[in-house]
Design a protein around this ligand. Structure first.
Ligand SMILES: Nc1ncnc2c1ncn2[C@@H]1O[C@H](COP(=O)(O)OP(=O)(O)OP(=O)(O)O)[C@@H](O)[C@H]1O
Length: 724
């Protein structure tokens, strides 16, 4: 019997193959005991077709071609195999009989100890045993997704949107209360009313960390600035005690404004680090270099320098003979660094640079860490900022001898507790990401939306709760505008901006606004790539009809933020709009990563002051930006995710005000938009609210089409010119 025969029917790993091969090679074939005396009942057992053909027919073929001695060996082996097969078969049939008698329930199988099941399966594997059949699965008890989450994420504190309280009822300083009142803040918004008592000193004070999930524009910034100010006010020595990390420079400036609002009279110094100044300038603003009288330390320094001098190989020429910074140490004095700020608001990248390169910059006194737009900051590595910042927060400065003695005597533990506040409108429940923050007794606070109609299945609800349910502002109205031909998107956009009743729900009640006069252009002359240049480009296509004073951007466009998917798209769209509607040119600016920081700030400031009507931005502007009274957001390009959509549209309908968001939907985007955004169970909308579908034909006159064609050609030429 050739080895191919075995390999055809018996997997190489099986025991039988090994046994037979072993016996052959050790030439002890005769010692194999043929098990020829099978009980008749087993002999009579019908042999399955596959097994019968496989053994008998093939074996016969092989025998005919073998010499006598080999034949007898082959016969012995054949008998051996057949007897093994018979043994297996009989066990199989016995098992089959047993299982036919017994009802096959999951419970029955589960009840049997695992070892017992294994016993039954103790059959030598040889590749011919019956294939294992899948166990019939009966209805198992449903496991809620939420049980997969840690206790603190499961048992969030839910806050009703109606639970506002007057600021006077909170333990805040009268200066802060006065400033808030002056600003027109009458009541603490719901999320503030819930979080402030946890963070301010008082009976509800909670000393652990807090994660806050609340809709865009719900007032999360004040929920952490106010308690930080209250806890750090009037500290006699300036030390870096509060650290706030946000993803963009614009947000750094914005958070600073909120601090300025509530820190009046507190004596706190609030600093920023975002890379808008040179690194050296920023360093000088954060840390002050001084000296202090300390003969002991001075001597230690001197000895250290001598030791270093002896290590000739280690000489650093620049350090020893390079330019000094004009700082001369007095005798018996050593360098001392002092923080110039109590609170630092920064981007993660710049923070890492200061930790690594600014002498005297230390996190050893930090008591508060705030991570705003946390999901974004945890998603992207930003120079591995968490790995750099957390060790700084865990650092325990050595005890001085007196402290040491007391701590030994009284077994005092040297401890450091930094209070962490983690926020987002799309707060991650991804525990692997949250774990990286090493939260201490964390608590999750969730601002609820308005009462929702319950989804049909309860488990659906549980799944959504367990993952990331996102609430949109209840004052937001959403529309989806069908764009059958993606090439016509700019024309649809113009119709939307002009609020043709066919497209938007706006009626002609919108008031036209006057174009900006040159004398008023102070704030709108932003930079070469923004409003001024857009208006110049508009001149190219002008003719009498098109330049006649026309109702420029109507009030619907006063305060319209348009999102595109890239910086380049934003710039091109701004040019295209000013070519198609020249009079809009001075009203349009772009906000992208490629424009300079100062021009971005100028554009934003002009837009906030209503000196600009249209701001075209990349996703950079989607997070956290607060433009009070912004009435419209348009997704010209589809957002890349649900999260991105939520943040984009959340630039309007803030602080309880009304706002509208429109999305232009090309044919190939429609399915995704309606399934993942408009009908998503993960999104909470105001009661009875849904995305309104607008499906109207574009009505464009020939002249407009012609103008559009010319504008596209012009843009094409410009782009080609740029690339040549
Ligand atoms: N108690 C209040 N009364 C009135 N207005 C308030 C109050 N608190 C905050 N605001 C205003 O509400 C607006 C939104 O606040 P904030 O920017 O803090 O929202 P947010 O929740 O951080 O939003 P996002 O998630 O988009 O960053 C701001 O203009 C802010 O000045």
């Amino acid at each position: 019997m050739s080895s191919q025969f075995y390999s055809r029917y018996i997997p190489p790993s099986s025991k039988v193959t090994i046994t037979v091969e072993k016996q052959r090679s050790s030439k002890k074939r005769k010692t194999i005991k043929p098990i020829a005396t099978l009980p008749p009942s087993q002999e009579e057992n019908p042999i399955p077709e596959r097994l019968e053909q496989g053994t008998v027919v093939q074996a016969a073929d092989q025998e005919a071609s073998l010499p006598t001695e080999q034949q007898s060996v082959a016969n012995e082996q054949d008998i051996f195999l057949r007897s093994r097969h018979q043994a297996v078969l009989s066990k199989y049939q016995k098992a089959k009989k047993e299982s036919a008698e017994k009802p096959r329930t999951t419970a029955a199988i589960e009840d049997k100890p695992i070892e017992a099941q294994d016993d039954q399966m103790e059959i030598e594997s040889h590749g011919l045993e019956p294939l294992p059949q899948p166990t019939e699965v009966q209805d198992l008890p449903k496991v809620s997704m939420s049980t997969a989450l840690p206790e603190w994420l499961q048992s969030a504190t839910h806050v009703s949107p109606a639970s506002t309280v007057p600021f006077q009822s909170l333990p805040i300083n009268e200066n802060a209360a006065f400033s808030l009142q002056e600003k027109g803040f009458e009541k603490a918004f719901a999320i503030q009313a819930a979080v402030l008592p946890m963070l301010l000193p008082g009976p509800q004070d909670y000393s652990g960390d807090i994660c806050i999930s609340a809709a865009t524009g719900s007032g999360k910034t004040l929920a952490y600035t106010l308690p930080m100010v209250e806890s750090l006010r009037e500290k006699p020595v300036t030390k870096l005690r509060g650290l706030i990390v946000v993803p963009t420079r614009e947000l750094v400036s914005q958070v600073k404004e909120t601090f300025d609002l509530c820190s009046g009279g507190s004596g706190l110094k609030i600093g920023t680090a975002m890379g808008s100044k040179t690194f050296k300038e920023e360093q000088a603003q954060l840390v002050e270099k001084g000296q202090k009288y300390d003969p002991e330390a001075y001597r230690a320094e001197q000895e250290k320098e001598i030791d270093e001098d002896e290590e000739l190989m280690d000489w650093d020429f620049e350090k020893r003979f390079g330019p000094k910074d004009g700082f001369e140490l007095l005798y018996n004095h050593v360098v001392e660094y002092n923080s110039r700020v109590d609170v630092l608001i920064c981007t993660p990248g710049r923070l890492v640079e200061h930790i690594q390169s600014t002498a005297g910059f230390t996190l050893e006194h930090v008591q508060w860490l705030v991570i705003d737009e946390a999901d974004r900051l945890l998603d992207e590595s930003f120079q591995q900022w968490i790995d750099v910042v957390l060790p700084g927060l865990e650092y325990l400065p050595p005890l001085d001898p007196i402290q040491e003695r007391f701590s030994n005597t009284f077994h005092l533990r040297h401890r450091r507790e930094v209070r962490k506040i983690i926020l987002s409108a799309t707060m991650t429940r991804d525990i692997s990401k949250l774990t990286a923050l090493k939260l201490r007794r964390p608590r999750l606070v969730v601002l609820e939306g308005q009462a929702q109609e319950k989804p049909e299945a309860q488990d659906k609800m549980e799944t959504i709760e367990a993952t990331e349910r996102i609430e949109l502002p209840t004052t937001l109205q959403e529309i989806g505008v069908k764009v059958p031909d993606a090439n016509d998107k700019p024309l649809y956009l113009i119709q939307l901006l002009e609020s043709k009743p066919e497209i938007g729900s706006e009626k002609a009640s919108v008031k036209p606004i006057e174009p900006q006069r040159s004398s008023e252009s102070e704030d709108t002359s932003l930079d070469e790539s923004t409003s001024q240049s857009h208006s110049d480009r508009g001149k190219v296509l002008r003719n009498d009809a098109r330049t006649a004073p026309q109702p420029v951007a109507p009030s619907a466009t006063h305060g319209t933020l348009i999102f595109t998917k890239t910086n380049e798209h934003a710039t091109r769209l701004a040019h295209l709009l000013s070519l198609l509607r020249p009079a809009w040119g001075p009203q349009i600016a772009t906000l992208t990563k490629s424009s300079t920081s100062s021009s971005r700030q100028k554009a934003l400031s002009a837009f906030r002051k209503r000196k600009l009507s249209i701001l075209i931005a990349s996703d950079r502007a989607s997070r956290g930006l607060d433009i009070p009274d912004l009435t419209h957001v348009i997704n010209y390009d589809m957002p890349s995710s649900l999260t991105s959509y939520v943040h984009r549209v959340g630039r309007t309908a803030r602080a309880g005000k009304e706002g509208k968001a429109a999305t232009l939907i090309a044919d190939n985007e429609a399915r995704w938009f309606w399934n993942e955004i408009a009908r998503s169970e993960k999104v909470g909308r105001g009661k009875g609210k849904k995305v309104v579908r607008i499906d109207r034909k574009l009505e464009v006159e020939d002249e407009e089409r012609e103008m559009y064609k010319e504008a596209l050609e012009k843009l094409g030429e410009e782009t080609r010119g740029k690339h040549e």
